[in-house]
Design a protein. Structure first.
Length: 138
Protein backbone atom coordinates (compact mmCIF):
# COMPACT_ATOMS: atom_id res chain seq x y z
CA UNK A 1 0.00 0.00 0.00
CA UNK A 2 2.83 2.40 0.84
CA UNK A 3 4.61 1.62 -2.44
CA UNK A 4 1.46 2.39 -4.43
CA UNK A 5 1.00 5.73 -2.66
CA UNK A 6 4.66 6.64 -3.23
CA UNK A 7 4.47 5.58 -6.90
CA UNK A 8 1.42 7.83 -7.38
CA UNK A 9 3.26 10.75 -5.83
CA UNK A 10 6.37 10.08 -7.90
CA UNK A 11 4.31 9.87 -11.09
CA UNK A 12 2.85 13.31 -10.42
CA UNK A 13 6.12 14.83 -9.19
CA UNK A 14 8.28 13.57 -12.05
CA UNK A 15 5.65 13.55 -14.79
CA UNK A 16 7.41 16.07 -17.05
CA UNK A 17 10.77 14.36 -16.58
CA UNK A 18 9.85 10.68 -16.84
CA UNK A 19 6.24 10.28 -17.99
CA UNK A 20 5.60 13.26 -20.30
CA UNK A 21 4.13 11.15 -23.11
CA UNK A 22 1.37 9.91 -20.79
CA UNK A 23 -1.60 11.77 -19.33
CA UNK A 24 -0.75 13.62 -16.10
CA UNK A 25 -3.91 12.31 -14.43
CA UNK A 26 -3.23 8.63 -15.17
CA UNK A 27 -4.33 6.32 -12.37
CA UNK A 28 -1.31 4.49 -10.93
CA UNK A 29 -2.22 1.12 -9.42
CA UNK A 30 -0.35 -1.62 -7.62
CA UNK A 31 0.38 -3.27 -10.96
CA UNK A 32 2.17 -0.07 -12.08
CA UNK A 33 4.60 0.28 -9.17
CA UNK A 34 7.46 -1.69 -10.76
CA UNK A 35 6.98 0.20 -14.03
CA UNK A 36 7.02 3.59 -12.27
CA UNK A 37 10.23 2.61 -10.47
CA UNK A 38 11.81 1.48 -13.73
CA UNK A 39 10.93 4.75 -15.46
CA UNK A 40 12.27 6.82 -12.57
CA UNK A 41 15.56 4.90 -12.62
CA UNK A 42 15.98 4.94 -16.40
CA UNK A 43 14.73 8.41 -17.33
CA UNK A 44 14.98 10.49 -14.20
CA UNK A 45 17.62 12.72 -12.78
CA UNK A 46 19.31 12.22 -9.45
CA UNK A 47 16.28 13.00 -7.30
CA UNK A 48 13.94 10.84 -9.41
CA UNK A 49 16.37 7.91 -9.19
CA UNK A 50 16.60 8.36 -5.42
CA UNK A 51 12.81 8.22 -5.13
CA UNK A 52 12.70 5.17 -7.42
CA UNK A 53 15.23 3.32 -5.26
CA UNK A 54 13.32 4.26 -2.11
CA UNK A 55 10.06 2.91 -3.57
CA UNK A 56 11.78 -0.28 -4.78
CA UNK A 57 13.24 -0.87 -1.33
CA UNK A 58 15.45 -3.93 -1.13
CA UNK A 59 14.41 -5.23 -4.55
CA UNK A 60 15.33 -2.69 -7.28
CA UNK A 61 14.81 -3.90 -10.86
CA UNK A 62 17.65 -5.00 -13.13
CA UNK A 63 17.89 -2.29 -15.79
CA UNK A 64 20.54 -3.68 -18.12
CA UNK A 65 19.58 -3.57 -21.79
CA UNK A 66 18.57 -6.95 -23.13
CA UNK A 67 18.11 -8.56 -19.73
CA UNK A 68 14.82 -10.44 -19.49
CA UNK A 69 12.68 -9.44 -16.53
CA UNK A 70 12.86 -12.99 -15.21
CA UNK A 71 16.68 -12.92 -14.92
CA UNK A 72 17.89 -12.97 -11.35
CA UNK A 73 20.57 -10.62 -10.10
CA UNK A 74 22.88 -13.57 -9.52
CA UNK A 75 22.47 -14.78 -13.10
CA UNK A 76 23.06 -11.28 -14.45
CA UNK A 77 26.18 -10.94 -12.29
CA UNK A 78 27.54 -14.22 -13.72
CA UNK A 79 26.84 -13.01 -17.27
CA UNK A 80 28.60 -9.68 -16.68
CA UNK A 81 31.59 -11.39 -15.03
CA UNK A 82 31.93 -13.67 -18.06
CA UNK A 83 31.85 -10.65 -20.39
CA UNK A 84 34.52 -8.90 -18.35
CA UNK A 85 36.82 -11.92 -18.55
CA UNK A 86 36.80 -11.79 -22.35
CA UNK A 87 39.76 -10.27 -24.15
CA UNK A 88 39.26 -6.64 -25.24
CA UNK A 89 39.93 -7.60 -28.86
CA UNK A 90 37.11 -10.19 -28.74
CA UNK A 91 34.73 -7.69 -27.17
CA UNK A 92 35.61 -5.09 -29.81
CA UNK A 93 35.12 -7.62 -32.62
CA UNK A 94 31.68 -8.52 -31.27
CA UNK A 95 30.71 -4.84 -30.94
CA UNK A 96 31.76 -4.21 -34.56
CA UNK A 97 29.77 -7.24 -35.73
CA UNK A 98 26.71 -5.95 -33.87
CA UNK A 99 27.16 -2.53 -35.53
CA UNK A 100 27.40 -4.15 -38.96
CA UNK A 101 24.27 -6.20 -38.29
CA UNK A 102 22.36 -3.14 -37.09
CA UNK A 103 23.40 -1.16 -40.16
CA UNK A 104 22.36 -4.02 -42.48
CA UNK A 105 18.95 -4.30 -40.78
CA UNK A 106 18.43 -0.52 -41.05
CA UNK A 107 19.32 -0.57 -44.75
CA UNK A 108 16.99 -3.50 -45.38
CA UNK A 109 14.18 -1.59 -43.69
CA UNK A 110 14.89 1.53 -45.77
CA UNK A 111 15.05 -0.60 -48.93
CA UNK A 112 11.55 -1.99 -48.17
CA UNK A 113 10.15 1.50 -47.57
CA UNK A 114 11.92 3.13 -50.54
CA UNK A 115 12.27 0.47 -53.29
CA UNK A 116 12.76 3.12 -55.98
CA UNK A 117 15.95 4.52 -54.43
CA UNK A 118 19.50 3.48 -55.29
CA UNK A 119 21.85 1.90 -52.75
CA UNK A 120 23.75 5.19 -52.53
CA UNK A 121 20.54 7.11 -51.77
CA UNK A 122 19.61 4.58 -49.10
CA UNK A 123 23.01 4.90 -47.44
CA UNK A 124 22.64 8.69 -47.52
CA UNK A 125 19.23 8.36 -45.87
CA UNK A 126 20.73 6.09 -43.24
CA UNK A 127 23.62 8.44 -42.51
CA UNK A 128 21.58 11.61 -42.73
CA UNK A 129 22.90 12.50 -46.18
CA UNK A 130 25.48 15.09 -47.12
CA UNK A 131 24.80 18.62 -45.83
CA UNK A 132 22.28 20.36 -48.06
CA UNK A 133 21.38 17.13 -49.82
CA UNK A 134 17.82 16.81 -51.11
CA UNK A 135 18.16 13.00 -51.00
CA UNK A 136 18.23 12.89 -47.20
CA UNK A 137 15.18 15.19 -46.90
CA UNK A 138 12.85 13.46 -49.37
Amino acid sequence: MVAVREAKRAYRRFHAECFASLPPDRQVTGADVAWVVEQLLQRGGESARAVGLRIAGSNPPILAVGVPRDTTRAAEAVRIAALRRRRPADRLREALQLSDTTRALALASLRRRHPQRSDRQLVELLLGGPPGSRTARQ
